[in-house]
Each structure stands twice: as C-alpha cells, then as structure tokens.
Write a protein that binds this ligand. Structure first.
Ligand SMILES: [Ca+2]
Ligand SMILES: [Ca+2]
Ligand SMILES: [Ca+2]
Ligand SMILES: [Ca+2]
Length: 244
C-alpha cells in the first residue's frame, strides 16, 4: 500500500464506523405485571367494576378493556384481569366473575406497536375428571390485530385443586398493537376460562444519538478532504492522488 493510501486509512476507518452506527435500533424489554398495578403510572390501581383501565410503564401506555360493552373488568392482585358479566342477563355462558369466558373478551391495546414476547395467564387449569366427567386442559384464544384466533391450553401440571394457580406463559413473539383474548366457556360437564396476569413485551427504544445517512455522508467527505490535504502538505505540493 502506498503512503498516501495509508494516510487515508484512519479517517476512512472512522468514517466507516460512523456509517455503521446509522439506523442501529435498540430494543428494550418491558414487563407488564397486571397483578401489581402500583408498578404502572396510572390514575386507577383498583379498576374492579370499570369497563377499561389504562396504565403506562417505561413510556408504553397499555389499555385493558372488558367486552361486551355491558361487562366490567374484574381485577385482583393474585390473578389480574377478568371480565364480570351479570349472569342474570346473559346466555348462561358467563359464569366466572373473575375470568374470561363465553361471549366475554379482554382487549389489550398498546400505544405503539410492540413485540409481544409472551403472555401470562392464571386460573387456566388442568381440570381433573370426576366420577361422571373426564379431565381436560382449559383452553383459550388470542387474536392479534384482527388476525386469526390462536388457541392455547393449560399446562398439564397445573391441576385444579392441587394448590396451583393455573399459571401459564404463552410464547407469542408477534408484533401487535392490539390483542384480544377469549375462551370457549361452558361445554358439556366442564368449561374453559382464565384470567390475564401480564405480558412481556419488547419495544424499539428511543435511539441513542446517531448520525443520519446525510450526516455520515458528510463525515466521509470531511475525512477524505482532511486526508487529501494532509497528504498534499506532506509532499510539499498541491493535492495529488496516490496513483502518481
Ligand atoms: Ca381467580
Ligand atoms: Ca366472566
Ligand atoms: Ca373451568
Ligand atoms: Ca379457569
């Protein structure tokens, strides 16, 4: 390599580093624990009986809404959110005040698109059989941004009556602004219903100071210019390129 090219190598390397940092997105993970509403910035830490609740954490705002419109949120610090529908006025499929089932739904809306890493549920049991009924894994569905319903099932180890809380972490790994949760409700001798205790989400965080593409281009030009001037001065002449 000629001396002139060697002189260019440092500024070129710096410019390359500057270019490499452009668009370097950073993601941060946020735990949304609905059993601890004090961990959110919110005006309501006991939304029992409200139709919706909004809280924010680490700059992300999240709203949980009970459906249908005649229903209200159930909330408690052990299991999180459920939907309470007055059973006198429905089809009889909404029978658990603290869980989602039948015609009920829980809609969770985020203030920006997030990557939902996972969802935490409670009261989703392996319901043991009895003398006249067989055991089954409780079932529910999630639906992202109006897409297809995706089924999930209880962890077989979370047996009702064994002292477990019916806990289940559902891996999702999808980008969403809204997720809707439902459950089949009663069937035959049993029923499927659950509560929502939280999410793990990942968001693109505010970028650390970065050079824009135009800025990086200017930096390259600036470094090249300095390199040419320095090379020229050391030769005691005007600007010349290494090819000579
Ligand atoms: Ca419960
Ligand atoms: Ca219910
Ligand atoms: Ca059940
Ligand atoms: Ca249940």
């Amino acid at each position: 390599m000629s001396k002139s090219l060697t002189k260019f190598s440092l500024p070129l390397a710096v410019a390359a580093l500057a270019w490499g940092s452009v668009g370097n997105a950073h993601a941060s993970t946020i735990e949304l624990d609905f059993t601890d509403l004090d961990s959110f910035a919110t005006s309501e830490t006991n939304p029992m009986g409200d139709q919706s609740w909004t809280g924010s954490k680490d700059g992300l705002s999240v709203t949980v809404t009970a459906g249908p419109s005649s229903s209200n949120l159930w909330w408690d610090g052990q299991d999180g959110f459920g939907v309470d529908t007055d059973t006198w006025f429905n089809s009889g499929k909404n029978y658990e005040d603290d869980e989602v089932e039948g015609s009920e739904s829980l809609t969770v809306t985020f203030s920006q698109a997030v990557d939902i890493v996972s969802m935490n549920l409670t009261d989703l049991f392996n319901e043991a059989g009895c003398s006249f009924c067989s055991s089954y894994l409780e079932k529910g569905y999630y639906q992202i941004d109006g897409g297809a319903k995706v089924a999930f099932y209880a962890d077989p180890g979370e047996v009702l009556g064994s002292g477990s809380n019916g806990e289940k972490t559902v891996a999702i790994n999808s980008t969403a602004t809204t997720i809707v949760l439902t459950a089949p409700g009663s069937f035959g001798s049993g029923g499927s219903e659950f509560s929502l205790s939280g999410f793990m989400v990942s968001v693109a965080s505010a970028a650390v100071p970065e050079l824009s593409a135009a800025g990086a281009g200017s930096a390259v030009a600036l470094f090249l210019g300095f390199g040419l001037i320095i090379a020229g001065r050391r030769r005691g002449s005007g600007i010349r390129l290494a090819a000579g």
